[in-house]
Design a protein around this ligand. Sequence first.
Ligand code: AMP
Length: 187
Amino acid sequence: MNIILFGPPGAGKGTQAKNLEKKLNNFQISTGDMLRDEIKNETEIGKKIINYMNDGKFVDDEIVNKLMKKAIFDNQKKGKFIFDGYPRTLEQAKNLDLWLIESNQKIDFIFFLNVNKNIIIQRIEKRKIIEKRSDDDLNTILKRYDTYMLTTKPVLEYYSTKPNFNEIDGGLKIAEITSKINNILGV
Ligand code: AMP
């Protein structure tokens, strides 16, 4: 079963993706993690994107799509993806649809974790202390939220009409969100 977790930074997508990985034996596919790895490994891509990421801006579709395409056609993981942080633009969403058709897959469930700016700020401040992510400072957080709201709105509109779209209150406690998701999945 392929699942999309969708929502602003700090909505809890990563946490829920990890829960689902364990529960379903699926694979989390996080573009944020992939991009941070490129930076950590000081690759050509890493050097290109470091300023965008630290500035809270989206990385170019071309770069993100290239990384994602490679991952989607992995035969070991096909049909077992948990998309976390992708797609974030309409172009990415349309590319994803195309690759899924080409690789004989589909999206079974879309979860939109909806959460307001104040809760996100509190959560990311906390995460900054625990995970020490370089893109987790307050200014970056606010920019990332605004970028998200602006760029991702068309993606939300695109998905919200689909029959497998589910909106969940991302302001709830982690366990409550997990239980709502599990109920919908029937697991
Ligand atoms: P995340 O870990 O999902 O919160 O992503 C961290 C940062 O990585 C974002 O603020 C963007 O700069 C970049 N990023 C992650 N996923 C994408 C994507 N699908 N498209 C563009 N940029 C992305």
